[in-house]
Design a protein. Structure first.
Length: 258
């Protein structure tokens, strides 16, 4: 898993939209050059799409006091050089991807998360996210590499709500070409959750808009420590990574620059 994910694409104006741009680029190339293979390519990704009747799953608690204490001790033992800084400016957070301690924790949660998602899963990646003063999470959809996300609150200065839209189809670049609004402007249909330490929510980040407003200022030191465990359907790790598509779909003749 590439720890330093690109912020966004030239086509879709939100964080983590590069995957969708690559998918559309491959689909458009096939449409022009190998139209007979287009349908099979598109249907290959049905497994990464989310069923419309999925609803957020809330865990209260996910972790007990002993597990929370172990996680906090692990965080306290991290060195400054362990943290990635590439999201400090926009999100106001410091992150650590795929730490061995959290990898093992993610694997231990697999049966429970699979049951909650309604399908057999495998771990994709995870990251610890330490939000600082004025932290924010702009509205976005994730790439299907994180079709399912277990968002866990570890510690915080005050409750900080996260907001979720309903499951929907992946946005299409034709909406951009037609000047249609891609980012929701009406928040009435969003569900909000204010997690306490030890609580968690399971959502489908690649098919649900989600965001956090600027962190509330309630003390001299405002913060929120979260862990995001990402999962994909079992057997789809190769498919979820665009780097494998040339091999999986014989796209070797596609010029990635176009």
């Amino acid at each position: 898993m590439d720890a330093q994910r690109p912020f966004g694409s030239a086509t879709f104006p939100w964080y983590d939209s590069v995957w969708l741009e690559q998918y559309e680029k491959a689909r458009d190339w096939l449409k022009l050059n190998r139209p007979e293979a287009l349908s099979a390519f598109e249907h290959s990704f049905d497994v990464l799409r989310t069923r419309e009747d999925f609803r957020i799953k809330f865990f209260d608690p996910l972790f007990d006091a002993v597990t929370l204490a172990d996680i906090r001790a692990e965080i306290a033992g991290l060195k400054p050089t362990d943290f990635e800084l590439h999201e400090a400016k926009v999100f106001r957070r410091f992150v650590v991807h795929d730490h061995p301690f959290f990898n093992e924790l993610q694997r231990s949660l697999l049966p429970m998360v699979s049951e909650a998602a309604g399908e057999a899963l495998e771990p994709s990646y995870n990251f610890l996210s330490l939000y600082a003063e004025r932290g924010v999470c702009p509205m976005h959809m994730d790439s299907p590499e994180s079709k399912w996300t277990l968002d866990v609150c570890i510690d915080q200065s005050a409750a900080w709500p996260i907001h979720f839209g309903k499951v929907q189809a992946w946005p299409d670049s034709r909406q951009v070409a037609n000047n249609e609004a891609l980012l929701p402007t009406c928040m009435e249909d969003f569900d909000s959750y204010s997690l306490q330490p030890g609580q968690a929510v399971l959502f489908s980040g690649s098919s649900q808009w989600h965001y956090r407003d600027t962190m509330p200022s309630t003390s001299d030191k405002n913060f929120c420590h979260l862990i995001f465990f990402h999962y994909v359907p079992a057997g789809t790790m190769e498919l979820a990574n665009p780097k494998n598509w040339n091999r999986l779909f014989d796209l070797a003749d596609m010029d990635p620059a176009k």
